[in-house]
Design a protein around this ligand. Structure first.
Ligand SMILES: Nc1ncnc2c1ncn2[C@@H]1O[C@H](COP(=O)(O)OP(=O)(O)OP(=O)(O)O)[C@@H](O)[C@H]1O
Ligand SMILES: O=C(O)[C@@H](O)C(=O)CO
Length: 424
């Protein structure tokens, strides 16, 4: 297998978002959970997206895991590596985008790396280095209240500057609009001044096509699905991608019971849970009890067992920003987040034991904990449910399951029913 593109994603939902984009752009893509084991049989593919759960862990561990993934991907022939970060630049001053970027750049022998989280399809654009979510700057968007990495500064040059050992520069929209050679010239100019990463403005897909074409001339780039789209289009334009059938076409139906789990406290997820209440049984967990111990997990399982087989159901720990803040004040951010993720993973494992084969999960960290607990090594990419969220078919671990891993802020109000409609 010779990869045209190697990708390292810092969470599992982000990985499926990128794998979805690459698939829609005609690249045969698989999503692996962690670095694939040597005995994992992978089909002939153009791109592998290695999913890490490295967004909210210690920076040194994120660096180590990303390096191992980079080594594996380079060993399979990938000449370009995309480090997939969140389109809302989810990170803290301690990392992890800057530290990972720094080592991937050094290991690739590059002087400077192009960085853009722009993803126009989901309303993420970058102008003068400031990230916008829809029509508001990042620091005014719901991301300001994110439970793990509240984003309170929209100026990405400044944000990345606090995370990296080196100087950060800007490639503005006027330069991007002048085309690939202008962008390359600006990168060279910044590199000559000792700048080692450049935030690139991008508003429209054509901007990402320009940036993708430039990125491909280098060994590594950093961005969200929008840059994935630009890279995929550049690879196709270069003739690097053979025309072949998509991987998950013609796969048989999976069937079996269906369940949804939500650990995301994002605004979009809160609305989706409220909509689901009109069409399926919904259990809202008590987060204080989840942290206290197993009784709340048992309550969830009793609720599910009574209803499995009668139709889909939803179990959610999600709550409003003020309640998240109160819980974190009592227990600490990391302890609260981790305990709830592990409780959701335990519920998921018991649901699968009880016959659930189709599972929708809302939230990146939550998805990571669940997929790890289920021991699924990888996924083929199926139909697109909403921008950035595909149906996933598990591979390499017994009978296939269907999953949807939804990034917190993605999907329309009816996301849970939209997903289940496509998960057959
Ligand atoms: N009621 C709650 N109170 C406090 N924290 C919670 C609560 N419910 C869930 N959490 C924690 O909040 C975090 C939510 O992160 P997660 O990544 O799953 O969702 P998200 O941030 O909305 O999604 P994404 O990262 O894909 O945008 C997890 O650590 C989860 O355990
Ligand atoms: O880029 C995004 O917004 C998503 O893929 C994601 O990473 C959210 O966790």
């Amino acid at each position: 297998m010779t990869l045209q593109l190697g990708c390292i994603a810092d969470d599992y939902t982000g990985a499926s978002d990128l794998a979805n984009t690459l698939t829609r752009q005609g690249l045969r893509t698989v999503q692996s959970i962690g670095v694939p084991a040597d005995d994992l049989a992978l089909p002939e593919v153009d791109a592998v997206v290695v999913s890490l759960k490295s967004r909210s862990i210690a920076a040194s561990t994120a660096v180590e895991k990303s390096r191992a993934a980079a080594q594996w991907l380079r060993g399979r022939g990938a000449k370009h590596l995309l480090f997939k970060i969140c389109s809302t630049f989810d990170s803290t001053d301690a990392g992890n985008i800057g530290p990972v970027l720094d080592v991937l750049r050094d290991d690739a022998g590059e002087a400077i790396v192009l960085v853009t989280p722009a993803f126009p399809e989901t309303g993420r654009s970058v102008y003068q280095g400031h990230l916008f979510v829809g029509c508001v700057p990042l620091h005014e968007s719901p991301l300001k209240d994110h439970p793990l990495n509240p984003m309170r500064d929209s100026n990405l040059v400044r944000v990345l500057g606090r995370q990296s050992r080196h100087k950060i520069g800007l490639i503005d929209l006027a330069t991007v609009a002048r085309g690939a050679d202008a962008v390359q010239a600006r990168l060279d100019e910044l590199a000559a001044c000792g700048v080692s990463a450049a935030i690139a403005d991008a508003v429209f897909e054509r901007d990402l096509e320009t940036l993708g074409a430039v990125a491909l001339r280098h060994g590594v780039s950093v961005g969200a699905s929008g840059l994935g789209l630009g890279l995929a289009r550049a690879l196709r334009a270069n003739g690097g991608i053979a025309a072949r059938a998509a991987l998950s076409e013609a796969e048989p139906a999976v069937g079996g019971a269906a369940a949804c789990l939500a650990g995301s406290c994002s605004q979009a997820t809160l609305n989706q849970i409220a909509c689901a209440e009109a069409v399926m049984p919904v259990l809202r967990l008590d987060p204080e009890q989840l942290i206290a111990g197993g009784a709340e997990v048992q309550r969830a399982l009793a609720f599910a067992r009574e209803r499995i087989g009668q139709g889909p159901l939803l179990i959610a720990s999600s709550t409003t920003p003020d309640q998240v803040a109160a819980l974190q004040a009592r227990h600490g951010r990391d302890l609260a987040g981790h305990a709830i993720e592990q409780a959701m993973a335990e519920i998921a494992a018991a649901l699968v034991d009880a016959g659930v084969r189709r599972l929708v999960i809302a939230g990146g960290e939550t998805s990571g904990a669940v997929v790890d607990r289920l021991g699924l090594p990888g996924f083929l990419i199926g139909a697109e449910i909403a921008a950035g969220v595909p149906v996933l078919r598990s591979v390499g671990a017994g009978a296939p399951m269907l999953l949807a891993l939804k990034s917190g802020n993605f999907g329309g109000p009816e996301f849970f029913t939209d997903a289940l409609r496509l998960m057959r």
